[in-house]
Design a protein around this ligand. Structure first.
Ligand code: ATP
Ligand code: MG
Length: 435
């Protein structure tokens, strides 16, 4: 028979397993915990949308829309796109589902997002984000709350050390127009030194040159005029309220006047949590205020602010992982023992006892696997012992093993079933049991 070749995984996708998966799960658990502390509701939205949802809201000139989207025609001839981020889909849902009635709405979501990028460490084509948004709140208090949530999450994950919150303001519309003019004048002077990408940005969205990673652009971007000279008093006051609020909430921040965000519709607050522990992929969490976005989707003027973080990048920073709880492993040796244990373990699991059964290999192998799986004790049931009404309980850490009378450890229940008795801790007893 001809050898069948196994299809390869798609470039830039991941199979997340073992320790990596535990880190990943921990990020999501901590996020779910913190969002509850801050009274944010969870939503779930589609993985794909009408391409217009992203093209209009993220902005045609951004890298995401111009070169990173997974866009295809479906069988009906409609152009659909796999979500490259969450904000656009959430804002679309806000309008089409009539969620305006709940404003201001504090929402979180998480899941897979897709971007056609060059894969490298910390950069994938299918990756995962956690996302938090406040829609319908124009108050700087919303920005402060979102940043405090992010900060608390990083602390809860134990990664806050070495991660800095960099904060900037992009001002209001008037500020941006004035700043834009100053930026264009500056970049025009250096036209011949700019990268090709930045020449396009110069015509379409000059602010985004500040965000360029191209080494040719960096010195010119770094020498560009600050927004501060152009801030209107309203925009200045808004920013001050955000920074004062962060100080009051005990959230550390630093000003980075070079920081702009990819989205065309950002206003006022823009921020990134950055670390130098992940090489070039140092931004773990990023966001800002997008007061023009919902209008771009055809809705009424609606303020919004939010952030997203890469789950993989956060997971890479986590040091400790906790294994899933496993109280003990049952090891049947022999046919009668296996039948008995099949009944026993079903009963234990129905009683919320975290346990597993090892049914492959010799006794030593099974105990090694039980230990490696993180169980503290093994319950060994042999045919002969069973006939004598006994089981053995082994402490997998110390190797200490004691015989227990079945009648003391387990109570016969109705029919052929056994009921878990008082497997309490103690020199004689089984570990980790509760009946
Ligand atoms: P970058 O500058 O690294 O490309 P970005 O500005 O495109 O990031 P955002 O759109 O702000 O990223 O997405 C929020 C977060 O998602 C980022 O801060 C990062 O942690 C994560 N992220 C973005 N792109 C990827 C990717 N291709 N693979 C893994 N994580 C990513
Ligand atoms: Mg990017």
């Amino acid at each position: 028979m001809a050898r069948i070749e196994t299809p390869r995984p798609i470039r830039g996708t991941q199979d997340i397993f073992g320790d990596e998966q535990r880190r990943f799960a921990r990020v999501l658990e901590a996020f779910d915990h913190v969002r509850k502390l801050y009274a944010f509701q969870r939503v779930d939205i589609p993985v794909f949308e009408d391409t217009q949802v992203f093209a209009r809201s993220i902005g045609e000139t951004t890298d995401v829309v111009s070169k990173e989207m997974y866009t295809f025609e479906d069988r009906g001839g409609d152009s659909v796109t796999l979500r490259p981020e969450f904000t656009a889909g959430i804002c679309r849902a806000y309008l089409t589902e009539g969620w305006q009635q709940y404003a201001p709405l504090k929402l979180v979501t998480s899941g897979a997002v897709f971007r056609y990028e060059r894969p490298q460490k910390g950069r994938y084509r299918q990756f995962h984000q956690i996302d938090a948004e406040v829609i319908g709140a124009a108050e700087p208090a919303a920005d402060v709350e979102l940043l405090a949530l992010a900060d608390q999450l990083l602390h809860e994950l134990g990664v806050a050390e070495g991660v800095t919150l960099q904060l900037n303001t992009l001002g209001d519309a008037e500020t941006r127009d004035a700043w834009r003019t100053a930026l264009v004048a500056h970049f025009e002077k250096h036209r011949s030194e700019l990268s090709e990408d930045s020449l396009v940005r110069l015509d379409k969205n000059p602010m985004r040159i500040l965000d360029s990673k191209d080494p040719r652009d960096r010195p010119i971007a770094d020498a560009a005029p600050d927004i501060d000279a152009h801030l209107t008093s309203e925009a200045g006051a808004f920013f001050e309220k955000v920074t004062k609020g962060l100080d009051a909430a005990g959230v550390k921040w630093t000003r980075n006047s070079r920081l702009v965000r990819g989205l065309d519709y950002y206003r006022h607050t823009a921020f990134e949590f950055v670390t130098d522990r992940l090489g070039a992929q140092g931004t773990v969490l990023a966001g800002g205020r997008y007061d023009g976005l919902i209008e771009a989707l055809g809705g009424p003027h609606t303020p919004g602010v939010g952030w997203a973080a890469g789950v993989e990048r956060l997971a890479m920073l986590i040091e400790v992982t906790h294994r899933d709880r496993l109280d003990f492993v049952i090891i049947p040796m022999g046919e009668a023992a296996e039948a008995f244990c099949t009944n026993l373990i079903a009963d234990l699991r129905r009683r919320n006892i975290y346990c597993d059964m090892a049914y492959r290999g010799n006794l030593k192998k099974r105990m090694q696997r039980a230990d490696a799986a993180g169980a503290s004790h093994a319950i060994i049931v042999g045919d002969d012992e069973l006939a004598n009404g006994e089981i053995a309980v082994r402490d997998l850490k110390t190797g200490e093993q004691v015989k227990r009378k079945l009648a003391e450890a387990l109570l016969p229940g109705a029919g052929a079933t056994y009921t878990f008795l008082a497997l309490t801790k103690g020199p004689e007893g089984l570990a980790a049991g509760q009946a």
